[in-house]
Design a protein around this ligand. Structure first.
Ligand code: GLU
Length: 418
């Protein structure tokens, strides 16, 4: 599958192969379970404010169709490629299966820098991309959602573009929409809130008290900022945070309310007066109880895994640790890993609730959403932790094993057509 050639795709394949070996999956099933079922690349021509026409590359990969429609976010970032999106789609499959959602995984994106686009340009890119992928998406086919570089407003444009094509409102075509348009209460906070909940469960296992713990959060977007807030609510001291423009460190703890005011005004954590600047490398190696990488892939590698000084590694991002980084973390044995497909699954779980509410046109209170979210996360955490203990597997291997096994079972049960 050379079309997916990318270090992140190689990484997802390496993880899969380890699990397939562990499960003694017959060779003839492996490629069927591993490789994406469908992928689409589109050219997205857009008139820029300057009057010139620019053509962006857009992608959507649907990893497997064996358990229902496919589900996953849309990434708007300059480095987006088909291979990266394919890896992220594969992880969505294992994530949805681990949490028991009736979905296969998907992911998509547009290679662009949304920070450099005007609001009008961003709307035209989003709507034209939606137009190009219309035959490929739908409430029973594939349901996009936010990811890095996309937000509620963009989901509203997707819903609107699709609905205009259908001739009536179709809220269930996308999740992460504004609540006013059929979005779910608690969706915006869901991923970060889930990270906070699972960190709490890891602390229970390790016998740590939240009010005596410190945390470092890499990435201060929708996931990292809410993860920091939910940990702080339980008394955890947030000593460092970062975003693409830089990092901040304050050993006495960062005042998150003041920081959030700064971010609202400046759109970046950089320049915040209540902390010292710190580099990304130093930030990851700070002594802390919880390290939460909530940005992009491949941040913890063979080059820095031995230098980490955390007790809990909470992967809010997708794929922040490479397989060679994993080997070192396993050998060390002193870090409790909450793997990405478990740690950041709160987002897609509440996306599932949003989709169910849209299909039924019957909406739930935020308390119901949060209660149901925590029940699913508790079950997924316990299943992963039990498998890890019983079969002496790392938490990553345990979570992936549960996810991959369910997809494999579904393929066996449905059989090979014709
Ligand atoms: N982009 C998020 C993820 O990686 C959410 C996907 C969704 O809600 O469908 O899990």
């Amino acid at each position: 599958m050379d079309i997916y050639k990318h270090p992140t795709f190689d990484m997802a394949c390496e993880q899969f192969d380890l699990v397939a070996d562990h499960l003694q999956m017959p060779q003839e099933h492996r490629e069927r379970v591993k490789f994406p079922k469908r992928s689409l690349t589109v050219a997205v021509p857009v008139r820029m404010d300057s009057g010139e026409v620019k053509v962006f590359s857009g992608y959507r990969v649907q990893h497997h169709l064996s358990l229902g429609p496919t589900k996953g976010g849309l990434r708007f970032h300059p480095d987006v490629t088909l291979g990266e999106v394919a890896a992220l789609a594969m992880w969505m499959s294992w994530k949805c299966a681990l949490t028991g959602l009736p979905y296969g995984g998907a992911k998509g994106g547009v290679a662009c820098d949304p920070r450099k686009l005007s609001i009008g340009e961003l709307e035209r890119v989003t709507r034209r991309f939606t137009q190009e992928i219309i035959p490929f998406i739908g409430p029973q086919i594939d349901i996009p959602a936010p990811d890095v570089g996309s937000n509620e407003q963009m989901m509203a444009w997707i819903m609107d573009s699709y609905s205009i094509h259908a001739g009536h409102s179709v809220p269930g075509v996308v999740t992460g929409k504004p609540v006013n348009l059929g979005g779910s209460l608690g969706r915006r906070e869901a991923t970060g809130r889930g990270v906070g909940f699972l960190v709490g469960r890891a602390m229970d296992v390790l016998g740590l008290r939240a009010d005596q713990c410190t945390a470092v959060v890499q990435g201060y977007g929708n996931v990292g900022s809410i993860a920091a807030l939910s940990m702080a609510k339980h008394g955890v001291k947030i000593i460092a945070v970062s975003d693409v423009d830089g990092g901040l460190y304050n050993a006495d703890g960062i005042d998150l309310n003041a920081l959030n005011d700064h971010v609202a005004a400046r759109k970046t954590v950089a320049g915040f007066a209540g902390a010292e600047p710190i580099s990304n490398t130093d930030l990851l190696e700070l002594k802390c109880d919880v390290l939460a990488p909530c940005a992009l892939e491949r941040q913890i590698t063979a080059a820095n895994a031995a230098k980490l000084q955390c007790r809990i590694l909470a992967e809010g991002a997708n794929g922040p640790t490479t397989p060679d980084g994993d080997v070192i973390i396993d050998q060390r044995g002193d870090i409790f890993l909450i793997p990405d497909i478990l740690c950041n699954s709160g987002g897609v779980v509440v996306s599932y609730f949003e989709w169910v509410q849209d299909l039924q046109s019957f909406f739930w209170s935020e308390a119901e959403v949060v209660d149901k979210l925590f029940r699913i996360l508790e079950q997924a955490f316990t299943a992963t932790w039990n498998l890890s203990k019983n079969e002496k597997l790392s938490m990553r291997m345990a979570a992936l094993t549960l996810g991959i096994k369910r997809v494999w079972e579904a393929k066996k049960q449905r059989g090979l057509f014709p």
